[in-house]
Design a protein around this ligand. Structure first.
Ligand code: BES
Ligand code: MN
Ligand code: ZN
Length: 500
């Protein structure tokens, strides 16, 4: 779908989208179109339950005295309802409502709204962003789908007064959408296509944006002593990898001020559970157990794409967790890069083992300002929070507050859970420094306590995204499937606090 911005003009053909405010008050463009279509809009509103509230819309098919195929009237609600997020949702809803139109052409008219906190150009850019986000589709393997079943909307024009400003604002939003789409692609691919080597190669494509990308193989990781990560991958025929990505948008001088911020991702390209094998029902979901790494890679793409003025590193640990004669056994004791030993009581609690070495490596090598890791870490977080919030665990209140505000701003919500010495004790082991599972309760928290043993004093946040990485239904800006939850959240965190 091509998205463009243009000056206001009454569209003669295709589908026209105009807006109404609360109590059905037509915007100036809606009034003009109403006049041109012989009062069709006002009549349709009177005949319907449409009141101009946010989220409402009304379709008028083939309005008389025009050559339009359709007029869509959308509700903006009150001026205070007009926010970035609501405009994105509106764009997504318009896309969903018009993607199958015959002409393939949609024009949206955007007027300034008094007592809104944004200009018409900003509204236009956010509407475009929302439409683009909703237009994602993973259909490369649907070889028999008829063209007539695919979306036909291919030209979306958004009209507003200062359309050059809208175009400029959308330029960087579009880069964020590119990052989101990359993550969704990686998460949607099956595990016979995306495994550690191929996922690392996907990360390598970021080099064309100026990201430095290094790939560590098993020999290098063995030299570094990453026994925890390597133990998880040892049952698989696919070699484990670690990918280190660096974007230096703020200059490369040495010293604390230039220290990077760091994002670390769990990249289990398929999680069978290993010898502690999972039940077969639903196991296919474990193709997206690399979701954390997918978000880190997509985030790097978004930041490099819009040339963010920040130094950032992304580290992803990539393994396939398989049962085999070479697989790690329950009871095995492994030595992590930190020197700490781990008794592996359940081979299905593998994500924390991968992250233990990725976090330690990142901390030692980069001495980052902070580390934020993302992981589809526990089923227990789905029991706690469902798919409305991701779980947040941290040793740093300020980072949590910043993440929580960024989440509200972009519509990717997080909820902090507690950590304490009492929970930490639950992973003490008689045989080694720690065990990789806690007791029966607090499964997400004991997993977080485990990670905390590998971050030292570095300000750190763990985001458990098991409940939000894959969506079973469509949402305004997120079609069902891989969500890329985390890309917009962390992009926003960076934009609000760590640039310039
Ligand atoms: N990848 C899973 C967690 C998961 C479950 C992600 C469902 C997405 C959807 C993780 O590796 C895992 O298996 N965790 C175990 C931990 C347990 C063995 C302590 C779990 O949650 O059951
Ligand atoms: Mn597992
Ligand atoms: Zn897993």
């Amino acid at each position: 779908m091509k998205i463009s911005f243009a000056k206001p003009a009454l569209p003669g053909t295709g589908t026209a989208v105009v807006a109404a405010l609360a109590k059905g008050v037509l915007t100036p463009s809606a009034q003009k179109l109403d006049a041109k279509s012989g009062g069709a809009i006002k009549r349709a509103i009177r005949a319907s339950r449409f009141e101009g509230n946010k989220g409402q819309s009304l379709n008028i098919i083939a309005p008389a005295s025009t050559r339009l195929e359709r007029i869509m009237v959308v509700g903006l609600g009150k001026g205070t309802d007009v926010t970035d997020l609501e405009m994105q949702k509106l764009g997504g809803t318009i896309y969903a409502g018009t993607r199958r139109i015959k002409s393939g052409k949609v024009a949206i008219s955007v007027d300034p709204v008094s007592d809104a906190n944004m200009t018409a150009a900003e509204m236009a850019a956010q509407i475009a962003f929302g439409a683009r986000l909703r237009s994602y589709r993973f259909d490369k393997y649907r070889t028999k789908e008829k063209a007539s079943d695919k979306p036909s909307l291919n030209a979306l024009t958004i009209q507003c007064g200062r359309f050059a400003d809208a175009k400029k604002a959308y330029a960087s939003l579009g880069k964020i959408a590119d990052g989101v789409f990359f993550t969704r692609d990686l998460v949607s691919e099956p595990a016979n296509i995306i495994y550690p080597d191929t996922l690392a190669k996907q990360a390598k494509t970021l080099e064309k944006l100026g990201v430095k990308v290094e790939i560590l193989g098993e020999a290098a990781m063995r030299r570094l002593g990453m026994g925890a990560l390597l133990g998880v991958g040892q049952g698989s025929d696919r070699d484990s990898k670690m990918v280190v990505m660096q974007w230096n948008g703020a200059g490369t001088g040495k010293g604390k001020a230039n220290a990077p911020i760091a994002f670390i991702g769990k990249g289990v390209t398929f999680d069978t559970g290993g010898i502690s094998i999972k039940p077969s029902a639903g196991m296919e979901d474990m193709k997206w157990d690399m979701g954390g790494s997918g978000v880190v890679i997509g985030l790097m793409k978004a930041l490099a794409g819009r040339k963010a003025k920040v130094n950032v590193v992304g580290v992803v640990g990539l393994v396939e967790n398989m049962p085999s004669s070479k697989a790690q056994r329950p009871g095995d004791i492994v030595t992590s890069m930190s020197g700490q030993t781990i008794e592996v009581l359940n081979t299905d609690a593998e994500g924390r083992l991968v992250l233990a070495d990725a976090l330690w490596y990142c901390k030692e090598r980069f001495k980052p300002k902070f580390m934020i890791n993302l992981a589809t870490l526990t089923g227990a977080i789905i029991v706690s929070l469902g798919s409305e919030h991701a779980g947040l665990f941290s040793n740093n209140d300020r980072l949590c507050e910043r993440l929580s505000s960024a989440g509200e701003a972009v519509g990717e919500l997080v909820w902090r859970l507690p950590m304490s010495d009492a929970y930490d004790k639950m992973i003490n082991s008689d045989a080694a420094d720690m065990k990789n599972i806690g007791g029966r309760g607090a499964g997400s928290i004991t997993a977080a306590q485990f990670l905390k043993r590998f971050v030292g004093d570095t300000p750190w946040v763990h985001i458990d995204i098991a409940g939000v990485t894959w969506s079973k239904g469509d949402k305004p800006t997120v079609p069902k499937g891989g969500t890329a939850f985390g890309v917009r959240l962390l992009e926003r965190l960076v934009a609000d606090h760590y640039e310039g």
